[in-house]
Design a binder for this molecule. Structure first.
Ligand code: ADP
Ligand code: MG
Length: 323
C-alpha cells in the first residue's frame, strides 16, 4: 500500500477537530491561528530529538512518544506555564505504518491526558527525528525566569536525582543489576520522565528562579547562577538520591549521576527564605517530594559543594551534543 504524507496526517494525527475557544485554525491550513487571552502571555518551547543522539536506536515508538512530549513540557513547567497546544514534526527514513500507528496512538493519548491540542506539524523524509514545539499560557507577570535568584535564597529540587542516568547506563549495558523490579524502575525513569507541570504552576507564586534539569543539576543550576549573577553552596548530605541507587550502586556512581548526568527532568528552583512556610503549604497539593539542597551566595563566593561541611571539588562542567 502506498500512503502519502497527507494520508499519514489525516489517518494518524488529525484528531483534534473539536471546537476550542482558543484555536481559530488547527491542522489543515498553511498555519494554525490561536487566540491568546488578554491576561495571559504565550510561552513557546521547541526541542528536537535525533536518533542516536538524544535517544537510542533501540527505543520503541511508545517510549519515544513519551520522551518527546515530556522534554518539551518540562521546559514549559520550568517557566510556570500551563501547556495548551503543540506542533509535531516527524522526520523518518521511510514509511513504517506499524511504527507510525504505535507512535501516534500513544502520542495522541498523552496529549489528551495533558489537556493539550495538536495544532500542526510537518512530515518529512530523513534520519529519524522528532521536533515538538509546545505552547503554554502564563498569567501576565508570573513567569519563572533563570535570572531572579537573590543572595540568601534557598535552592530546592523536586523528586530525586540520578535515576534517569542509572537507567541509561542499564540500557546501554554499562552497568547491570539482577533485581528486575529495580531494573524496570530505573529504565522507566530514563524513558518516561514526568514533566513537573503542577509544581511549576505552584512555584509561580513564590520562586525567584527555576530551571528544569536536563543536562545535570550542576550544569543547570549553573545557568541560574550565571543569569542571576550569584554563587551557590550545595550540601551533598541533603541530596535526594533514591534508596534504589544508594543501596545498589557505589557512592561514586550515584554522586556522579545525581550531579553531572542529565535527563531527570526535575525542577531546580530558588525561593526567598521567608517563603519557606508558603512553599510547604503550597506543595501539599503535589505528591512529588522536594528538597532543600543549598543556598544562593554572593557571586564572588563561587560554586561550592560541601559534604559533612567539608568542600568537595566540583568537576568541570559542560555537556555538549556537538562533541
Ligand atoms: P505545508 O506544505 O503548507 O507546510 P503540510 O503539507 O506540511 O503543509 O501540512 C499540512 C497540514 O498538516 C498543516 O496544517 C500542518 O501543520 C499539518 N501537519 C503536517 N504534519 C503533521 C504532523 N506530523 N502532525 C500534525 N500535523 C501535521
Ligand atoms: Mg510542511
Amino acid at each position: 500500500m502506498i500512503i502519502n504524507e497527507f494520508e499519514i496526517i489525516n489517518n494518524y494525527f488529525n484528531h483534534f477537530k473539536k471546537k476550542d475557544k482558543y484555536i481559530m485554525k488547527g491542522i489543515g491550513d498553511d498555519c494554525a491561528i490561536l487566540k491568546i487571552p488578554k491576561n495571559k502571555f504565550l510561552s513557546v518551547s521547541t526541542d528536537t530529538l535525533v536518533e542516536g543522539i538524544h535517544f537510542l536506536k533501540t527505543i520503541n515508538p511508545i517510549d519515544l512518544s513519551y520522551k518527546a512530549l515530556a522534554v518539551n513540557l518540562s521546559d514549559l513547567a520550568a517557566m510556570g506555564a500551563d501547556p495548551k497546544w503543540l506542533t509535531l514534526s516527524i522526520t523518518m527514513p521511510y514509511i513504517n505504518l506499524k511504527w507510525i500507528k504505535y507512535f501516534s496512538k500513544n502520542f495522541i493519548k498523552l496529549i489528551y491526558k495533558n489537556k493539550m491540542k495538536l495544532i500542526g506539524g510537518d512530515t518529512t523524509k530523513g534520519p529519524l527525528s522528532i521536533t515538538i514545539s509546545a505552547y503554554g499560557l502564563i498569567p501576565k507577570g508570573k513567569a519563572l525566569f533563570r535570572n531572579g535568584a537573590k543572595v540568601g535564597d534557598l535552592i530546592y529540587v523536586t523528586g530525586t536525582l540520578g535515576n534517569s542516568a542509572a537507567g541509561l547506563e542499564l540500557l546501554t549495558k554499562k552497568i547491570s543489576i539482577t533485581d528486575k523490579k529495580i531494573y524496570n524502575f530505573l529504565i522507566k525513569k530514563h524513558l518516561r520522565p514526568v514533566p513537573r507541570i503542577l509544581q511549576g504552576k505552584i512555584l509561580r507564586n513564590i520562586a525567584t528562579s527555576a530551571i528544569d534539569i536536563s543536562d545535570g543539576l550542576i550544569m543547570d543550576l549553573n545557568h541560574i547562577l550565571n543569569a542571576s549573577k550569584c554563587g551557590a553552596t550545595l550540601n551533598l548530605d541533603n541530596f535526594p538520591i533514591s534508596k534504589k541507587l544508594k543501596n545498589n550502586f557505589f557512592k561514586k556512581k550515584w554522586i556522579n549521576w545525581a550531579l553531572y548526568c542529565g535527563e531527570d527532568y526535575e525542577l531546580c528552583f530558588t525561593i526567598p527564605k521567608k517563603q519557606k512556610k508558603k512553599l510547604d503549604e503550597l506543595m501539599k497539593f503535589s505528591d512529588v517530594p522536594y528538597t532543600h539542597i543549598g543556598n544562593i551566595t554572593p557571586f564572588k563566593k563561587g560554586y561550592q559543594l560541601l559534604e559533612f561541611k567539608k568542600p568537595i571539588k566540583l568537576k568541570k562542567i559542560g555537556f555538549n551534543h556537538f562533541f
